[in-house]
Design a protein around this ligand. Structure first.
Ligand code: 9MG
Length: 260
């Protein structure tokens, strides 16, 4: 899964089209590199990021869905807003990636009637508060995240969502200390209900920066290593910025597996 940030619009129409063009060029590069899913996001989910108004998110996301829906890859929408979910699905999106795990009012209803894929992520609090006190948020981070995800999958199934549509995500960096993130990575298979695919997103995150002591712009090798470690622990989808490099690394891992 390649990350496509729908970059902030400038004030003029010209700027808006330039931003859209840049996003489309980036999408084309990811497709050429072999991406399977493009995850389009209009609102930043970085710790402390302010929420984005509904209209602004729709204006950033929907034109990209229109441009990319026939590009031969699955289109995922990174949103927690039911209105953005519904509108994106109406425009042909294939999957909803919700950092809130479809917990906000209206989210379940927005996806239940479609047959889209879903990613249900674990998060403590919201992006503005989630890193306030993660060290005291869990008894046992792996067991607590696993329990949360199992409950979300059960809730979705009770609402009529087929299990085959659901993937789960421990939410690296979303209300976790560095140590908690690595505990989740080490024990990744234990975070998911049986048979439900895991999505892992660690690309360029601070859990990597904390180990290599480098800024986000210099975390390529660490991001690729994290993706391979996640896949080795059973992740079926890795959400990454650097698609070509990640695919190369995974091909080497797959070749070793095939030989062994
Ligand atoms: C939107 N977003 C940012 N980080 C993410 C992660 O780790 N997983 C998922 N599913 N989405 C994320």
């Amino acid at each position: 899964m390649g990350i496509l940030n729908a970059t902030p619009d400038s004030f003029s129409d010209g700027g808006r089209f330039i931003a859209r063009d840049a996003a489309l060029r980036h999408a084309e590069q990811m497709i050429a590199a072999g991406v399977d899913i493009i995850d389009i996001g209009g609102e930043s989910t970085r710790p402390g990021a302010p929420p984005l108004a509904l209209d602004a998110e729709l204006e950033r996301v929907i034109p990209l869905v229109d441009e990319l829906r026939d590009a031969g890859v699955a289109i995922s929408i990174d949103t927690y807003k039911p209105e953005v979910m519904a509108e994106s699905l109406a425009h042909g999106a294939d999957m909803i990636n919700d950092i809130w795990g479809l917990r906000l009012p209206g989210a379940l209803e927005a996806v239940a009637a479609s047959d889209c894929g879903l990613c249900v992520m674990h998060m403590i609090g919201d992006p503005q508060t989630m890193q306030t006190a993660p060290e005291s948020a869990y008894d046992d981070v792996v067991a607590d995240v696993a329990q949360f995800l199992a409950h979300r999958v059960a809730d979705l199934e009770s609402a009529g969502v087929a299990r085959a549509r659901i993937s789960v995500d421990p939410g690296f960096g979303f209300g976790k200390t560095v140590e908690q993130n690595y505990a989740l990575l080490a024990d990744l298979p234990r975070t998911a209900p049986a048979g439900v695919p895991v999505l892992a997103g660690m690309s360029r995150k601070s859990m990597l920066g904390a180990v290599i002591n480098k800024p986000a712009t210099e975390r390529l090798a660490a991001s690729v290593a994290a993706a391979v470690l996640a896949v080795e622990r059973g992740a079926r989808i890795v959400r990454v910025h650097d698609v070509a490099e990640t695919i190369d690394a995974l091909k080497v891992w797959a070749a070793m597996r095939a030989a062994g």
